[in-house]
Design a protein. Structure first.
Length: 262
């Protein structure tokens, strides 16, 4: 019996030498032969830099694919448009709760988390208000400073309030914006002294703003889900884009943009 077992093991080892059993990374879209069709993507505003790169790569490596300009906005706005009937093939949101509005409406199957993100305080270059902590940000708002946040229904706004509540801080902003990009724009233009945005937005803004890290940010991590919508006109193209986002190359692009790994 022992000899038979050893012989059987030898056969299995020989087969293993011919067939890889290592789990494969998601295949890049370039591996799909004859891929063709148009692609419409709705994505959270904070994904713009990374998704623009990946959309361009998809087109470059697949001449038959045409990616329409990606629609970037606050996730809640995009979800409302999709539930209202706006046509799209892929949706990427900045948190799970907003994605649920789309999946609960039976517009898509199970999403996959592509990246994570956390908040930073954004200020003018040189940090003229001398903000060093979340408590300083709340104090600035209380003393009449112009602090802006995302609206509560937007993922960056939900995260901001969760961080503030967890720290026991009360902050009344001078305005509530519908996207993280709008918050960043107000600070960058001088229309606001400070705000809360994602760390990726601070990185993308370069030297036009400064970012202040704060300890409480680690308590609220946004997970970014992505899904192919059931009404996708060219599902094979939509799936190829999602595969590219989740591939090793996609992860590299997202990491370079400042996103965390799920």
């Amino acid at each position: 019996m022992r000899r038979r077992a050893l012989a059987g093991a030898a056969v299995l080892l020989a087969l293993a030498g011919c067939t890889s059993v290592t789990p494969a990374e998601p295949t890049a879209a370039s591996a799909r032969s004859g891929l063709a069709g148009e692609l419409t993507v709705f994505a959270a505003a904070s994904l713009q830099g990374a998704f623009d790169q990946l959309a361009a790569r998809l087109e470059r490596e697949n001449p038959g694919v045409a990616v329409r300009p990606v629609t970037y906005d606050g996730s809640a706005t995009l979800a409302t448009q999709l539930v209202g009937g706006a046509p799209a093939d892929v949706f990427a949101a900045a948190d799970r709760a907003t994605m649920s509005a789309v999946t609960d409406a039976d517009l898509a199957g199970e999403p996959v988390v592509l990246a994570t993100n956390t908040l930073e305080i954004v200020v003018a270059p040189g940090n003229p208000q001398g903000i060093g902590s979340l408590a300083d940000l709340a104090a600035l708002a209380a003393s009449g400073g112009d602090v802006v946040l995302c609206a509560a229904q937007v993922p960056c706004g939900s995260a901001a309030r969760a961080v503030l509540d967890g720290a026991g801080l009360d902050l009344v902003p001078v305005s509530e914006e519908q996207s993280v990009t709008a918050v960043l724009t107000k600070v960058r233009s001088g229309d606001a002294d400070a705000g809360l945005v994602y760390r990726t937005d601070v990185q993308a803004a370069g030297d036009t703003v400064d970012g202040i890290e704060f300890a409480e940010a680690a308590s609220v991590v946004n997970e970014y889900p992505v899904v192919v919508l059931d009404g996708a006109r060219h599902p094979e193209v939509a799936h190829a884009f999602v595969e590219l986002v989740l591939s090793a190359e996609g992860r590299r692009v997202l990491t370079d943009a400042g996103f965390g790994t799920p």
